[in-house]
Each structure stands twice: as structure tokens, then as C-alpha cells.
Design a protein around this ligand. Sequence first.
Ligand code: PRP
Ligand code: ORO
Length: 220
Amino acid sequence: MTETQADMQPFQAEFIEYTLQCGVLRFGDFILKSGRRSPYFFNTGLFDSGARLAKLGGFYARTMLYRGIKADVLYGPAYKGIPLVCAAAMALARETGEEVPFAFNRKEAKDHGEGGLLVGAPLTGSVLVVDDVITAGTSVRESVEIIRAAGAVPGGVLITLDRQEKGQGELSAVQEVANQFQLPVYSIITLHDILRYLETMNRRAEVEAIREYQSRFGVS
Ligand SMILES: O=P(O)(O)OC[C@H]1O[C@H](OP(=O)(O)OP(=O)(O)O)[C@H](O)[C@@H]1O
Ligand SMILES: O=C(O)c1cc(=O)[nH]c(=O)[nH]1
């Protein structure tokens, strides 16, 4: 159960433009967590100012509105998921007036003060995991375990980019996660959207390099 490929929305093209401007999306020669050499990389760590993070939050919020994603609580897995989930919750409040509580985990349990692994709102009802990318699905698996252990229900996962490349087998890492946990996985954009954007901009060298990469590791 993954997102079907719909036509690119103006806000998605705007997001791609913005990631290029910030250097979040860049082209070159990169080694991925999987060991693959990729001609492009998406570094969400470069949403590194208040203004950039606020803008990213707006794109998460617009994706939720556009896809009709509902959640009782948003959850961000440490560490990168922490600012991301804050940004998404703030943007939802700003743009819709909706006050959606959020929470995140600590990687090491705190043994003093309030203690524990979780910070923020109690995990109840349907919980949406907000993160940047999915590679092997480890972060989602841990999040699902934490959400269930708290007595709540994982309702879906929202990431920035679906690279649409093979995970362990023929399916993409995102499809594997969606199947394994029976969860919808949404992304602000997909590699397909990036390719269409680059084609429109006539950036032939980048398109060619990505298509070559796709022919080896991509999923249809
Ligand atoms: O699907 P996976 O194989 O889990 O890979 C994706 C996860 O990896 C990164 O975080 P990481 O676990 O490196 O921790 P960080 O947020 O502290 O950088 C990324 O932010 C995702 O959470
Ligand atoms: O697979 C990865 O390691 C990876 C790819 C990417 O585009 N961005 C990222 O943060 N990690």
C-alpha cells in the first residue's frame, strides 16, 4: 500500500525548487547508507535555519492536507525526526488552526527527572510518523514498536522524499515498509517528481545520470 503516482502539484514543484536553492537536493557522486553510489542526494539536515525549517513544515502540512492525512498525534524519531515533527505540527497549527499534539523519542532513556524514552504529548489514537527518508525501514520499525508499546496505533508515515529505489528485493524500501507494517507511506515528493521537474528545466545531464542509476536500482 503505497502512494499512487498522481500528477505533480504546484506545491511539490515549489518544494523541489526550494530544496535546490537550499542545497538540500544536490547532484554529484554520493555513497548511500546502502553502499550504493548515487548521482543525487537529499540532505534534510540543510533545512538548518528557523526560516528553512518553518518552510519545510509548511510542505509537510500541505502534503497532509492534499492527501487527506489525519492523525491524533505526530511522532518524530530521534534525532532528525525531532525538528521535523516540531516543524510539521507548528505549520499545521499556523495554516489550519488545528492543534495536533506531537511527541518524539530519546535514543537513550533518561534515568532522572521525568525519565523515560518519550518526550511530548502522550501517544494515543492514530499516530503519524514524520521523518525525512526511509532506507532499510529500521527507524519506522522502531517507531511502530514504540507507538504500539504506548497503546496507540501507527496510522502512517510521512517522509520528505521517496527515492523509489529497491530495498532488499524487487520492491522499494518504502513499499517494503508499507507492506511489512500495513501502513500507508506518504512523501512530499518522489524521485519521479524530481525527474519531471529536471526535464522541464532541461537539465539533461542530471536527468541522464539519474535515469542510469534508476535502470540499476529503481522500481517502476
Ligand atoms: O530506514 P532507515 O534505515 O532507518 O533509514 C532512515 C533513517 O536513517 C536516518 O536517521 P538515523 O537512524 O541515521 O538517525 P539520525 O536521525 O540520528 O541521523 C534518517 O533520518 C531516518 O530516520
Ligand atoms: O540512502 C541514504 O543514505 C540517503 C539518501 C538520501 O538521499 N538522503 C539521505 O539522507 N540518506
